[in-house]
Write a protein that binds this ligand. Structure first.
Ligand code: SER
Length: 320
């Protein structure tokens, strides 16, 4: 098999941080190049603004990259504040990568889509792969357009681009960045720090969610699947769990009985209202054997364990 050199764009972000670790475990540290717009001093990442197409092309050419994971994006809540920038970052970056992939005949591309491509006219429960899709957020529109571009570059030029419609992703190692589903991360930090959380969604606003270890495994499994098994070239529906803020609060209270939650819904509640509450993902299961491992109970226990440990370390450092 040809030696693989992998470029991860947006490597310092929520998905990028953990995906880079998983890719390095598999392909070796020296074969996975982590790139981000700004990098921390002393890090082994390279500085790369994905909107600088000339530099992007040069990096891919000079480092003999064979696979690109394009994770740089502006999420739903921030996208509503900066529509033009969200469109540019989410779509222009993809077009540049697809064009370069075509030119250099790269082996594989990964690009994430989202449940945000669905809109108010899509089925609320068990939303299927193929259905009415009329997104009404900038983020959703940009991701839906991106899905069509992936399909187009596969159909016309044979670019092997693969994609997942991620649900809201929950993780403990990096803070989330401007999404509507971010409450499901913030709540853990607040529960452990102050014992109280004020949620920006209503208590019953149910959304599809996934724990990061499942999301990373799904990504690796999709990218490993034989090309002929990939029947979806827009983006795969993927389901992990579905819950509302009140369900998550109850799961946290099983561990922290004094935890309190209040609700002050803002504009993000409207965004969440336009998305399905649950997703049907039979195509991912059929094509590449997808099976989630974390449910609400298991994810909650693991999040509290890890965030609790990190906080202990921080507290010990401050006290020392
Ligand atoms: N987590 C994303 C957001 O809230 C949805 O994919 O914007």
């Amino acid at each position: 098999m040809k030696k693989q050199i992998i470029l991860v764009i947006g490597a310092a972000g929520q998905i990028g941080t953990e995906l880079t670790i998983a890719l390095r475990q598999e392909y070796g540290r020296e074969n996975v190049i982590a790139a981000d717009k700004t990098i921390k001093p002393g890090s082994d990442s390279i500085e790369l603004d994905v909107l600088d197409a000339t530099k992007l092309r040069q990096v891919i050419h000079d480092l003999e990259v064979t696979q690109v994971y394009l994770l740089a994006a502006m999420l739903s809540a921030t996208g509503e504040q900066h529509p033009e920038m969200a469109w540019k970052l989410n779509v222009q970056s993809l077009l540049s990568v697809l064009e370069i992939a075509k030119e250099f005949q790269l082996d594989k591309i990964f690009w994430p889509s989202s449940i945000a491509i669905f809109g108010p006219t899509s089925p609320k429960y068990n939303c299927p792969q193929h259905t009415r899709i009329e997104p009404n957020t900038v983020y959703g529109i940009s991701k839906r357009a991106g899905e069509y571009w992936c399909q187009y570059y596969f159909d016309k030029f044979g670019v092997d681009v693969r994609s997942i419609r991620y649900p809201g992703l929950i993780s403990y190692s990096t803070p989330p960045g401007g999404g509507t589903t971010d409450y499901a991360i913030d709540i853990f930090h607040q529960a452990l720090e102050s014992g109280h959380y004020t949620c920006f969604l209503t208590e019953d606003n149910c959304l599809p969610m996934m724990y990061m270890p499942d999301a990373i495994r799904a990504t690796m499994e999709l990218m490993h699947a034989p090309k002929e098994n990939i029947s979806i070239r827009t983006s795969y529906n993927l389901a992990g769990m579905s819950f509302a803020p009140c369900d998550l609060a109850a799961a946290i209270q099983m561990h922290l009985p004094k935890f309190q939650i209040a609700y002050e819904p803002d504009y993000r509640n409207e965004i969440a209202n336009s998305w399905p509450a649950s997703i049907k993902d039979e195509q991912a299961r059929k094509d590449w054997g997808w099976q989630p491992q974390f449910d609400l109970k298991k994810m909650t226990a693991d999040m509290l364990l890890h965030i609790g440990k990190n906080k202990e370390i921080v507290t010990r450092c401050i006290e020392a």
